[in-house]
Write a protein that binds this ligand. Structure first.
Ligand code: COA
Length: 260
């Protein structure tokens, strides 16, 4: 697959998707959004890929937001459509059937912060700065930031970030649960990969169903979430991986998961 604005590399089941517009701090223009959608759609069905690391090119930015040049010229109809397109992409990443780790290598602002929040976990470099500065531009979040941020860090902290538009540094992002861990920039990709590989050592169906149970469960009343979990738990009892995983424990050997 040839991309203008992305780099894509797959090594031993780990795909690294790098947003590659460093001269614009990897701002998400329409073309980049479309390429991300196409990359994730193809990685979802690629049996050679167990999980994805999403990062930005260069030492300065993960993604500095939606492309303000495009936003400035949009009509209301285009604005709504751009918002829906971004929301669909982020939904696809959040619901991706394999783990997605954001390696936040610098500024993650506006759409960049929203993109990082759609990933399953976030590892940030010490120089990272995250924020939702849309209100400073006279606009607001359009890629579900008003929905994911309060779910991730709580309503009070989310409203503070959303209404001030101020950035938080990596240490504060860690303190409030906006990122999972903070590492020196030189080790960011290695740490993100190590974390992802810990996940990939587990049963692929277990990962897929767990992502689904958490995502869908959070949108349901607790009892329905439990019901959904129990259905998936029943379904997972039909897999070869369940048989081998439990047997491997009893035989004191490593499991041989096949993802079925
Ligand atoms: N959309 C379009 N272009 C962007 C951009 C964005 N969201 N963020 C940065 N850029 C561009 C700049 O216009 C500049 O391009 P130029 O060299 O052609 O003028 C280039 O990226 C470098 O950015 P610059 O502002 O010079 O870097 P800086 O180190 O001085 O500041 C930021 C970095 C992140 C603080 C600053 O770029 C910024 O505030 N960006 C916008 C963040 C934002 O509001 N995002 C939400 C958008 S909805």
């Amino acid at each position: 697959m040839a991309f203008q604005n992305l780099l894509l590399e797959t090594r031993d089941a780990v795909a690294v998707v790098t947003i590659n517009r460093p001269e614009k701090l990897n701002a998400l223009n329409d073309a980049t959004l479309a390429e991300l959608a196409s990359a994730f759609a193809s990685l979802a069905g690629d049996a050679a890929v167990g999980g994805v690391i999403l990062t930005g090119s260069g030492p300065k930015a993960f993604v500095a937001g939606a492309d303000i040049g495009e936003l400035a010229a949009q009509t209301p109809v285009e604005g709504r459509e751009r918002s829906r397109t971004g929301q669909r992409l982020l939904d696809a990443i959040e619901g991706f059937p394999k783990p997605v780790v954001a390696a936040v290598n610098g500024f993650a602002l506006g759409g960049g912060c929203e993109l990082a929040m759609a990933c399953h976990v976030r590892v940030a470099s010490e120089n990272a700065k995250l924020g939702t500065p849309e209100v400073k531009l006279g606009i607001m979040c359009g890629y579900a930031g008003t929905q994911r941020l309060p779910r991730l860090i709580g309503k009070g902290r989310a409203l503070e970030m959303l209404l001030t538009g101020e950035m938080v540094d990596a240490a504060e992002a860690l303190r409030i649960g906006l990122v999972n861990r903070v590492v020196p920039q030189a080790q960011l990709l290695a740490e993100a990969e190590a974390l992802l590989r810990k996940m990939l050592a587990n049963g692929p169906v277990s990962l897929r169903f767990t992502i689904d149970a958490v995502n869908r469960g959070l949108e349901m009343p607790f009892a329905e979430g439990q019901d959904h979990e129990a259905t998936l738990f029943g379904l997972i009892c039909t897999t070869d991986d369940m048989k081998d995983g439990t047997q491997a424990f009893l035989e004191k050997r490593p499991p041989r998961f096949k993802g079925r």
